[in-house]
Design a binder for this molecule. Structure first.
Ligand SMILES: O=C(O)CCC(=O)C1=CC=C[C@@H](O)[C@@H]1C(=O)O
Length: 309
């Protein structure tokens, strides 16, 4: 990684070719096999199945910003070129709400035409989230993503926002991608927007089903993949019936390198929906050492056994 993102400094991915195309299996290292197996189901389906019917050929993309010191924000955003939407990580370990608000003020002042979305990854208490939403009304806010962690807390926060007439939308991410039942969020009215990540949801077809059954506006974002996994996310975004938000698929800008010669890096805030091929040169440049390779192959086998069971 070029910059640490939620404490992550290093990204590993297993890339393989199926009957149709290349696919990526890249659950985060600490994920248990039961969770990682869904990521494998996603990769296998992308590798071997036909592409979905597309409803658009390019996707609007948000810039993604870790909770960096203010002096580094501009430089980090330069890599994204033009963008209309910016997602900022907030409530990261060791960061105060005051420091987050300082970043929000800075971004609103220096990028006045950009819509901001804030992602807390469920780290705020309800009391802190209430305090935060009260201070957001002066900004151009797309939505607040997973401010608190449980469904009950999300419901309570949404009720507070409605009572206070604050006009702030709440998006669910972890509550969709890590839940036993991703539809509980919409059934319990715990969010206004759902965030879909293709690998954790088991592939394009199952993510499309979740979006349809949830019946809420949908955003697609990456799981910090190489261009191969980003391409799968783009096909998901392109096949949604409706897409009214920019998607978080511009994350190659956060990585040091990629396996494709023509990486999926947004231009003027958009990514073209296309297939990609890794190059032999880049695959060997970023090849893992033998110990990591064996670790991944063993993980692959265990997850595959879980899928077969
Ligand atoms: O949504 C985006 O702009 C980019 C994707 C992104 O932020 C994430 C990808 C993968 C893991 C997460 O830490 C993070 C997220 O929480 O959404």
């Amino acid at each position: 990684m070029r910059v640490a993102f939620r404490g992550l400094r290093h990204r590993e991915a297993l890339i393989f070719r199926g009957t149709e195309r290349w696919a990526e299996f890249s659950p985060f290292i600490e994920y248990r096999d039961e969770e990682a197996a869904r990521w494998l189901a996603s990769a296998i389906s992308f590798a071997n199945e036909p592409l979905p019917k597309l409803n658009r050929t390019k996707i609007g993309i948000n810039a993604t910003l870790p909770a960096l010191p203010i002096s580094e924000l501009k430089k980090t955003l330069e890599r994204f070129g033009e963008f209309q939407t910016l997602k900022l990580k907030i409530a990261e370990a060791g960061q105060s709400l005051a420091a987050d608000l300082e970043r929000i003020h800075y971004l609103a002042e220096h990028y006045p035409n950009v819509r901001l979305r804030l992602d807390a990854n469920g780290a705020l208490s309800v009391a802190m989230a209430k305090q935060l939403v009260m201070q957001l009304t002066e900004f151009n806010i797309d939505y607040l993503e997973q401010p608190v962690s449980s469904i009950a807390e999300m419901v309570e926060l949404r009720r507070f926002i409605a009572e206070m007439n604050l006009n702030i939308l709440i998006a669910a991410d972890e509550l969709i991608r890590k839940a036993e039942d991703p539809l509980l969020v919409s059934q319990q009215k715990a969010a206004d927007v759902v965030m879909l990540k293709v690998q954790p949801l088991g592939g394009i077809a199952s993510a499309l089903r979740i979006s349809e059954q949830a019946g809420l506006p949908t955003v697609v974002s990456s799981a910090l993949e190489t261009s191969i996994g980003i391409s799968q996310g783009l096909y998901l975004a392109a096949s949604l019936e409706e897409l009214n938000y920019d998607c978080g698929l511009g994350t190659l800008n956060l990585l040091e390198g990629d396996v494709c010669e023509r990486p999926l890096i947004p231009e003027n805030g958009f990514l073209e929906v296309r297939e990609v091929e890794p190059s032999t040169r880049l695959l060997s440049e970023f090849a893992a050492d033998p110990a990591r390779t064996s670790w991944w192959l063993e993980r692959l086998e265990r997850c595959h056994r879980l899928l077969e069971a």
